[in-house]
Structures are given as structure tokens and as C-alpha cells.
Design a binder for this molecule. Sequence first.
Ligand code: NI
Length: 391
Amino acid sequence: MTTITLNHVVEQIKQEVIEWRRHLHRNPELSFEEQKTAQFIYDTLGSFGNLELSRPTKTSVMARLIGSKPGKVLAIRADIDALPIQEENTFEFASQNPGVMHACGHDGHTAMLLGTAKVLSGMKDRINGEVRFFFQHAEELFPGGAEEMVQAGVMDGVDLVIGAHLWSPLELGKVGVVSGPMMAAPDTFWITVNGKGGHAALPHQTIDSIAVAAQVVTNLQHIVSRNTDPLDNLVVSVTQFVAGTTHNVIPGSVEICGTVRSFDAKLRETVPELMERIVKGITDAHGASYEFNYQLGYRPVINQEDVTRVIEETVLEVFGAEALDKMKPNMGGEDFSAYQQKAPGTFFYVGAGNPKKGITYPHHHSRFTVDEDALEIGVKMFVNATFKLLD
Ligand code: NI
């Protein structure tokens, strides 16, 4: 199939893809609760023909398109969940579910993958091998839907996997590609510093948990600046510090939590130990005690070189050299990485921001939206990359 033919077919369903996105945007559902969303996806896929449908988990959907000739198995993934945010957009298809909003573009991801399934299901005779469409629940909430889908066996027999994220910081018309490490492993920690509460005028009778915990926070910043290789990427951020009730009481304890972001597996392993050494040392020094909990999050997204090259070639062929944005990695997290443990794969960004239309709000903002022209670009990427990867 030539790129021109494929693009022509995609352009014919452009409006339908936009309508699907608007329907999903109007009816967002939280992670692990995507019942109506999954049913809508299932019913829409059922109208295309040539697809074998299944429900790997309660709120996810998988479609298999088995081509006429044998070949490789390519999986394409979209995430389908929304966020606990009250939408402040006022357009006609704004959320009708109070306190819940598609504020990360997963409505667009779902619509793009439905569009891709529609186009490819009509070309069954031209497909070598198999295309699997993953409509994955719960990307936004750890432990995430990807791991559950992998456990359910969706990756069995899969040779290659791709996925994309609409990206409002990236201008419409651009496709962002990163080879190698792309997104970090997002881990979480909780620390309790236990002192001894008392009267603020009699500090010598207390163990001031605030004074001790403040030193813990300061010293945690020594991990990145003094303990690990400056050429390795690492973030340690304290994001919550909860203590006290009023001006004349020294509280007995402080709750601290935050996030650690890394790419390298070895470095990632060393961080909890470095952190606990500091927490223990500081609390010991002042007669306080502590509790320390550390939870490993998603694995880092590491894009495989060969698949990434095909994605880059697809951008160049379909949209031209000015569309390709070779982006830097970032310290965000994505559970797409769960699929990459099973097969080589690449995740890429589809530019969806447009300052001229006021589409500039960041992801997870109550006024977030995407330029809907990006949906067509996403479908063209998936459809063209499918033939490149399977032929
Ligand atoms: Ni997202």
C-alpha cells in the first residue's frame, strides 16, 4: 500500500475519529472504572468487521486483526482512562461527569486507535501477520492497567509494540521521537519522622519533629548532588510535608512524601538505601525515630532502536523532515514500559498544541485540550507504520 493511498483512506474517516473523541471526552471515567468506555470501544470495533474482540480485564478491550498472509504480530496500544479533575473548558463536548475529565488526551488516543482499527480492518487481505489493538485501562493509577493486560496474556506471541501520546507542549504537525531511554521510572516514598511533642515555649522537653524533618528534606537533596554520578539522570523531589496544628505546639511527628525518577536499573536500586541512611542518620542524631516506605513504580520507557528507526522513517515519508522532532527524554512515567518488557517497542509523541487556537494548557490541567487535527496525524502514523513494520 502506498502512503498516498493510506493517507487518503484515513482522511475519509477524519470526522468520525473526531466524533469518537468528543463522545469519550463528554463521558470520562476514572482508572479501573472504565465500564462504559470499554463498552463503547467494544461496540464500535464490532461494527468494523474482520476483528476478533476480547476483554482481557474488566475494563479493557483487545481486537485482533489476522491478516491473510503469515507474518509478525504487531501490537498498538491506546490508554482509555480519565483523571479526577473538574473540567473548566466550556466547549459543547466538555465532561458531563462532575469531577472527572479527560485531561491527558487519552480520549484522543482511544479515538486514534479506533480509527486505525477501522482503516486496517478494511485491508485484511493486504496485512502480513497480525495487528493487535490494545485499549488499555488505568494508565494514570499505579499499579496501572498495562501490567494487568500483560498478565492476562495480551503480549503472548507479539513481536513488536508501538504506542503514542498526544502532546500539547509539542506543536501540531510535529511528531516527537526519542531513541533509547524516553521516560523515567517513577517511584514513590513516604517518611514519618517521630519526635516528641510538647509546648513550643519549652523546646528542651520535646524532640522537635519539624526541625529534624526539615534537615531530612535538605539532606535528601545531597543524594543527587553528592552521591550519584552527575552524568546519570536522577530526580529526588519531596512533594509533601505535613505537620502541626497551631503556633504554640511542637508536633510529635511529620509526614513526608515524594517521588524519585530514574532510568538506570542499578542506580534505581541504590536510591532507597541512600535515602534511608540519611533518614536514619538525621533522626538518630537528634533522638528521633522514623518509618520509611518505598514503592517501585512503572519501569522506565526505553525505546528500541530498530522500531524507533521505522517510526522516524514513517514521519519523514508521511509528513516530511520538518515534522520530525528528535526530542530529549523526560522524567515523566508511563506504563507502556510493561509491554516493552515483552517485545521491542517504541512510544512516540504526536504534537497537539496550537497557540493560535489557545491550545496551550499542560496535561492534567482543568483547561487541557488537544488540537483535533492531531488525531488524523496519529492515525496516519499508526496505519503507515503498521505496513512498514509488518512488510
Ligand atoms: Ni497520559
